[in-house]
Design a protein around this ligand. Structure first.
Ligand SMILES: Cc1cc2nc3c(=O)[nH]c(=O)nc-3n(C[C@H](O)[C@H](O)[C@H](O)COP(=O)(O)OP(=O)(O)OC[C@H]3O[C@@H](n4cnc5c(N)ncnc54)[C@H](O)[C@@H]3O)c2cc1C
Length: 389
């Protein structure tokens, strides 16, 4: 069988180890999680225990201190195995807000426990129903009262809260009318989920297309101790932006894993399925979309590695991270469509996994940033066109 998977590279040791772990969670496992609309608890526990989700935490705090390129290979391999890293990728990058902007005390408190897996920080609450992509207009407020902040408002699409001990929250601490720029006056907090659920925070799960654990979150006089403010009050939006490049590069890698999975699955099916007395793969109508998908994926993968390389070298990488996320999400979605078409009717049967992976990979053209917002970023920040919104 000819090679369709990513070529052997310098990360083969990471690939082999993650691949071996993922082999314990086969298609039956993921189908059953999907069917029950459950959470892949056993998989996430195994991944945590093996230390893979602590990849980006420095060794000084008990993590493995890998770089973003290496971390992205972990995410890619999960999706390439037929699994879904979206169930746990937040644990890998959400801690970056604490690492980059937290006090020494916060770092000492949270990072070793996140690294060991004792605590999960899988969730980040930014999006709101009334404001959507216009993040800086968000309406959730955190008002200082004595030694606490009191939070009121609502978030939507907040993922993995039910499987997190802590959640990063972005809320407005200075009213919009009192700041000169919309991006000012927003602050970041770390919220103890269990405590919050006992008083002031309510979750309402959202049933959704890819079986993603995601929720509406309501805050009614939720009190957060002032020591849970991360960094300086009012500077939170820039802290969230700081984390986006890593998030985009990691999700790009997941999409690359998906794309290779779809291509391999389609290739294998096309070689074995016989119609009109010959394999369907003999038809150019089947071959060409597959060849197209493969080239698109390989090209997107180069941009993913370039984004990671620049991030790891501490070079500006906003454009590359956005391009990687855009190109990889497009490649994986087109590969998904091609794979489903190649399978004909069988593509719709759950036991082939194609329709599940198809639903899962579709998400990445909308979250964590929608395609149009990437176009707008490129137009303004790379091409120098006027801001369009
Ligand atoms: C399953 C899932 C999980 C998620 N998890 C999280 C999470 O954990 N935390 C979190 O904070 N958020 C999360 N999100 C939210 C996600 O980041 C948003 O859905 C996304 O950023 C788009 O925002 P919106 O849904 O409000 O769309 P809107 O902002 O309402 O946009 C709707 C459409 O209009 C387009 N549009 C809007 N403005 C413009 C413009 N100026 N120019 C051109 N087109 C425009 C958008 O591109 C989009 O196609 C999740 C979403 C989903 C579906």
């Amino acid at each position: 069988m000819k090679q369709a998977l990513p070529a052997i590279d310098e990360h083969q040791d990471i690939r082999d180890a993650v691949r071996q772990l993922c082999a314990g969670f086969d298609s039956t496992y993921w189908q059953s999680v999907d069917e029950q609309r459950g959470y892949p608890q056993a998989f996430v526990e195994a991944l945590t225990k093996a230390g893979w989700l602590a990849a980006l935490i420095p060794q000084a705090y008990g993590g493995s201190g890998l770089n973003l390129t290496q971390a992205s290979v972990i995410m890619e391999e999960i999706n390439l195995s037929g699994g879904n890293a979206g169930a746990c990728h937040g644990q890998m990058y959400n801690m970056g807000t604490v690492l980059r902007h937290g006090s020494d005390k916060q770092k000492q408190t949270y990072l070793p426990r996140i690294a060991s897996g004792e605590w999960r920080l899988q969730s980040m609450a930014v999006t709101e129903p009334g404001t959507g992509s216009d993040t800086t207009r968000l309406k959730t407020t955190a008002v200082k009262r004595g030694d606490r902040y009191v939070v009121n408002g609502q978030k939507v699409w907040i993922s993995r809260v039910q499987h997190s001990d802590f959640m990063i929250l972005l809320a407005r601490t200075t009213p919009l009318a009192k700041v000169t720029r919309k991006s000012q006056g927003l602050s970041v907090f770390i919220v103890d989920v269990k405590q919050a659920l006992e008083k002031g925070m309510v979750l309402k799960p959202i049933r959704n297309m890819p079986n993603h654990e995601t929720n509406e979150v309501f805050f009614d006089e939720l009190e957060i101790p002032e020591e849970n403010l991360i960094g300086a009050e009012g500077e939170g939006f820039s802290y969230i932006l700081d984390g986006l490049n890593a998030e985009r590069a990691l999700i790009a890698a997941e999409c690359i894993g998906d794309a290779y999975w779809f291509i391999t699955k389609a290739r294998d099916y096309a070689n074995t399925r016989e119609v009109f007395g010959r394999p369907i793969g003999k038809n150019q109508g089947i071959q060409f979309p597959m060849a197209d998908s493969y080239m698109e994926t390989e090209a997107a993968n180069l941009m993913r590695y370039e984004a990671c390389r620049r991030f790891d070298a501490h070079l500006p990488c906003g454009a590359q991270a956005n391009m990687a996320k855009y190109l990889a999400a497009k490649a994986s979605w087109e590969a998904a469509n091609m794979c489903l078409q190649t399978h004909g009717g069988f593509g719709f049967a759950s036991e082939y996994d194609v329709e599940r992976k198809f639903r899962e990979t579709r998400l990445y053209q909308v979250a964590p940033v929608s395609t149009n917002l990437i176009y707008a970023y490129m137009a303004e920040h790379v091409l120098g066109l006027p801001k369009s919104y």
